[in-house]
Design a protein around this ligand. Structure first.
Ligand SMILES: [Zn+2]
Length: 379
C-alpha cells in the first residue's frame, strides 16, 4: 500500500514508497531486476598470434566459406575494478572464466585489467579476483557480457566483497560474511533491504539513497498546533535513538533543524505525530529520477512511540534508504519479532551499501550495485 506524505504532494517527486512497520501491509513492488549483467566488459581485437588464429586455420578446409574470420578474432576483456573495501589492488589477480577456458592477468594498483580471452566463442564470462595462492576469493564472482566490442572505454565494474569487517561503531572488529542475494532478496512483505530504481528500461539500475553532500540530514519536528503536542522530552527521546543508531553505525547521519529550515531544503526529514495511523510508525520516502532521496517523513502514532528506541531506530534506517529484510536477524524485520537495535549484520550491510552507493555516484560506474548484486554468483 502506497502512502503519500502530505508535504510530498507539493514537491516535484518522482517516486514514493511508504514503509509500514509492524503490520502486514504490502509495499508497491519495484520492477524486476535484471537476471544477469550484459556487456559490462569492454572488448578489443588483438592482433597477436592466438588460439583464435589457430582455430581459424584448422577450419580452413571445405567449410572456410562459411566462416567469418572476424568471429574468431581474439578478444580482450578490459575494465576497471571498484570495491567498497579497497582502493589499491596490488598483489591481486583477475581470472576470466568462460565455459571452456580460464585466462588471468595481474590487476594494476588502481584496479585496471586487460585479459585476452582464449575462448573466442563465448558471450559471457565470470570474473574472479583473488590474491595469489589464496584459497578463498576476496570478492563474489561477477558475470559479465562480452559481446559488444568497444575498445575506447574502460568500464567500471563493482565487486561485492565476500566478507565485511566492521571498522567503526559499536560492533567494530566483527567480520560478517556478505551475501549479495541477501541484500536484494524480497522479504515476506516483498520489500528489499537495498532499493533500486532506473529511469527507463535502457538505463542502468541505480541504488536509491541520499547524496553524500546531504549528510548529516536536517531533521525537524512538524508541530501541528491543532494536533498532539511534542514536548522537549519527546524530541529528546527521539534524538537519543538517533545517537544510539549512529553509535552502532559509526557515523553521524542526522542533525537537528527547525521546521522552516527543512521546508526550504531539497533534502529533508520531517517527524510528525499522526494519531490515526494504523501502525506504530510509518516512514514515507521519496526519490527522483536519479535515485536520490530528497524527502522523508517519519510518522509516529503517538508521542509515546517517540520514546520507543526500537521503533525509532527502525524508522531511522528506513530514512537512510533501507527496506525490510528477512535474510538475517535484523532491526529491519517487518514483523514485531525484530532485533531491538542494529545487529552486526545490519551494520555491516549498511556500511557496505552506503560505500557502494558512494562509488556508484562518484566513479561513473555504468553498472552499479543492482547489476553487481544481480550478476554475481555465490562462491
Ligand atoms: Zn519498517
Amino acid at each position: 500500500m502506497l502512502r503519500e506524505p502530505r508535504f510530498a504532494r507539493h514537491a516535484s517527486i518522482g517516486f514514493l514508497l511508504a514503509f509500514l512497520c509492524a503490520c502486514s501491509t504490502k509495499l508497491a513492488p519495484l520492477a524486476r531486476p535484471p537476471l544477469s549483467l550484459d556487456a559490462h566488459a569492454v572488448l578489443a581485437s588483438a592482433s597477436d598470434s592466438s588460439d583464435a588464429d589457430l582455430l581459424v586455420r584448422s577450419l580452413s578446409g571445405e567449410y572456410s566459406d562459411l566462416l567469418d574470420p572476424a568471429m574468431f578474432q581474439r578478444r580482450i576483456v578490459r575494465g576497471r575494478l571498484l570495491a567498497p573495501d579497497r582502493e589499491r589492488w596490488d598483489g591481486l589477480h583477475i581470472f576470466v572464466r568462460s565455459a571452456w577456458r580460464t585466462d588471468s592477468a595481474r590487476i594494476s594498483s588502481t584496479g585496471e585489467f586487460s585479459v585476452p580471452l582464449s575462448d573466442v566463442t563465448t558471450d559471457s564470462a565470470d570474473l574472479l579476483v583473488r590474491r595469489a595462492n589464496a584459497k578463498a576469493p576476496a570478492y563474489h564472482t561477477a558475470r559479465i557480457g562480452v559481446r559488444m566490442p568497444n575498445a575506447s572505454v574502460l568500464t567500471a565494474i563493482v565487486l561485492i566483497p565476500t566478507q565485511w569487517t566492521i571498522r567503526i561503531g559499536t560492533h567494530a572488529g566483527t567480520t560478517i560474511r556478505i551475501s549479495p542475494r541477501a541484500v536484494t532478496a524480497r522479504g515476506l512483505d516483498r520489500s528489499r533491504f537495498a532499493r533500486f530504481h532506473r529511469a527507463n528500461e535502457n538505463s542502468p539500475w541505480k541504488s536509491v539513497g541520499w547524496r553524500a553532500a546531504d549528510f548529516p540530514l536536517a531533521l525537524a519536528f512538524a508541530r501541528d498546533s491543532a494536533g498532539p503536542q511534542i514536548s522537549p522530552a519527546d524530541s529528546a527521546a527521539l534524538w537519543r535513538a538517533v545517537r544510539l543508531l549512529e553509535a552502532d553505525l559509526g557515523a553521524i547521519y542526522f542533525r537537528p533543524a527547525m521546521l522552516y529550515e527543512v521546508i526550504e531544503r531539497d533534502a529533508r526529514v520531517m517527524v510528525r505525530i499522526e494519531p490515526e495511523l494504523h501502525a506504530n510508525g510509518v516512514t514515507s520516502v521519496a526519490w527522483g529520477p536519479l535515485s536520490n532521496l530528497h524527502g522523508v517523513e517519519l510518522a509516529f502514532r503517538s508521542v509515546r512511540h517517540l520514546h520507543d528506541a526500537g521503533i525509532s531506530m527502525h524508522e531511522l534506517l528506513h530514512t537512510l534508504g533501507f527496506g525490510h529484510t528477512s535474510s538475517w536477524y535484523s532491526l529491519m524485520r517487518a514483523s514485531e519479532r525484530r532485533a531491538a537495535r542494529a545487529t552486526p549484520e545490519d551494520v555491516a550491510y549498511v556500511q557496505m551499501l552506503l560505500r557502494l552507493r558512494q562509488l556508484e555516484a562518484t566513479s561513473g560506474v555504468l553498472h552499479g550495485l543492482m547489476a553487481a548484486t544481480a550478476g554475481v554468483t555465490e562462491p
